[in-house]
Design a protein around this ligand. Structure first.
Ligand SMILES: C[S@@+](CC[C@H](N)C(=O)[O-])C[C@H]1O[C@@H](n2cnc3c(N)ncnc32)[C@H](O)[C@@H]1O
Length: 270
């Protein structure tokens, strides 16, 4: 597998910066007051997690990891950003939840964790940081017990073709993957709100729906479903309107396009 050290190290610094900013902008209060942050679709599609071991890839500041712990899972979160994990551990302590966090690139995780899990989970804003999805899918398989469950909720790749600085829907970016990442300069407002301006650059890859599904199926993961959704949990395009409970949609007449997708797959064989 080809690695991109400048992109990987740059993205680590980028997420260290954002983790600091997110330590005041994410919805912690619900976790601190005994609730969780998992939406009703993920709850239904994941099923009961109580008593099951769960590995959360690219867990960021651990808000979803802790949410699954609160729902009864035995959780391990992994992320490349040490500041994200520092925030996650602090939050786990405040919530009194038993968790484990491992600092690692997805690609180095097999050399840092030896066990297997009932569930591998990842969500929202994860694939664009990965340079090789076939390797990623193989790592998911590596960490699943036979019969274990992989679940992902993610931004639909189709949304990524639109210009996020233009009103309405104007295509601007390529839908298809390229080996070299796109480098984004800093100096734009953070997606989590609060007016924070991101300073550090980042490096991202676009993956098509075909790339994602073929990577999973090519690693002997039996896909149970691919669901497409017409909402997203932040205002990703200027014309989007809030439609309740932290969800945003395209305005009436344009709300016929997929903005998110979810996949559930099972590890076959031994
Ligand atoms: C958008 S966040 C994760 C989303 C999560 N749903 C959230 O909002 O809390 C993306 C995460 O991917 C992590 N990341 C980026 N590249 C990575 C890599 N190569 N290996 C592991 N984690 C990586 C970042 O550090 C960041 O915490």
């Amino acid at each position: 597998m080809k690695r991109f050290p400048e992109a990987e190290q740059g993205n680590r610094a980028h997420w260290d910066e954002l983790a600091q900013a997110h330590s005041s902008s994410y919805d912690y209060d619900r976790l601190l007051s005994g609730g969780h942050l998992i939406d009703e679709i993920q709850l239904r599609e994941m099923g009961d997690v109580a008593g099951r071991s769960l590995l959360h890839l690219q867990c960021h500041i651990g808000t979803d990891t802790l949410s699954w712990a609160r729902l009864g899972a035995r959780v391990t979160g992994a992320d490349i950003s040490p500041v994200s994990l520092r925030v996650a551990r602090g939050l786990a302590e405040k919530c009194g939840l038993d968790t484990r966090f491992v600092e690692s690139s997805v690609y180095d995780l097999p050399s840092k964790l030896s066990e297997t899990f009932d569930i591998v989970y990842t969500s929202v804003g994860v694939l664009c940081w990965l340079s090789d999805l076939n390797e990623w899918a193989g790592i998911i398989r590596r960490f699943l017990k036979p019969g274990g469950l992989f679940y992902m909720m993610e931004v639909h790749p189709f949304l990524c073709v639109f210009d996020d600085e233009a009103e309405g829907l104007q295509t601007r970016y390529d839908y298809f993957h390229h080996d070299e990442p796109i480098k984004w300069p800093g100096d734009y407002p953070d997606y989590a709100g609060d007016g924070y301006m991101v300073r550090s650059p980042s490096w991202e890859w676009q993956w098509s729906m075909g790339d994602i599904m073929n990577a999973l199926m090519g690693s002997d993961l039996r896909v149970e479903f691919l669901h497409e959704h017409n909402w997203i949990p932040w205002k990703a395009l200027p014309s989007m309107v809030e439609c309740g409970e932290g969800k945003w949609k395209l305005p009436k007449g344009m709300d016929i396009l997929p903005l998110m997708f979810s996949v559930r797959a099972i590890r076959e064989g031994n």
